[in-house]
Write a protein that binds this ligand. Structure first.
Ligand code: RB5
Length: 148
């Protein structure tokens, strides 16, 4: 599995923490690769570009999951959701992360670097990555989303 991760300057610091965390937990798992799409510093950049780039990796199948971070998580999630096939869920707690996978089959997670503290963010990432889609009636609804 490839996990793409991107942020603007408002999410840069949290991106680095999440990347370091994922690289450490998957250090012995050669099947998991983290693709860092930038940004590479806290210098001001435009979040739509990073949301789009990360979403395109997921939509094209070059990555199976995507994580995007801006100051609030709002702008970059809006950008990601404009790419066909993307279901990007902005989550501020573990319950939202769990339900975004179980019911919405979210293929991208958005976080707010200025909203969510790093420890909570890592727990959200953990839950989001380990929770599976429930399918069933939720599959019909997700299919409907993809037709919009
Ligand atoms: C950048 O200052 C900020 O607007 C951005 O990170 C994000 O919060 C937008 O939604």
């Amino acid at each position: 599995m490839k996990i793409a991760i991107a942020a603007d300057h408002g999410g840069y610091e949290l991106k680095e923490k999440i990347k370091e965390y994922l690289e450490s937990i998957y250090a012995n798992d050669k099947d998991v690769e983290i693709l860092d799409i930038g940004t590479d510093s806290d210098a001001s950049v435009d979040y739509p570009m990073y949301g789009k780039k990360c979403a395109e990796k997921v939509a094209s199948g070059q990555a199976q999951k995507g994580i995007v971070i801006c100051g609030t998580g709002i702008g970059i999630s809006i950008a990601a959701n404009k790419v066909k096939g993307i279901r990007c869920a902005l989550c501020t707690n573990e319950k939202m992360a769990e339900m975004s996978r179980k019911h919405n089959d979210a293929n991208m997670l958005a976080l707010g670097g200025r909203i969510t503290d790093p420890d909570t963010a890592l727990r959200i990432v953990d839950v989001w990555l380990k929770t599976n889609f429930e399918g069933g009636r939720h599959k019909r609804r997700v299919d409907m989303l993809d037709c919009i």
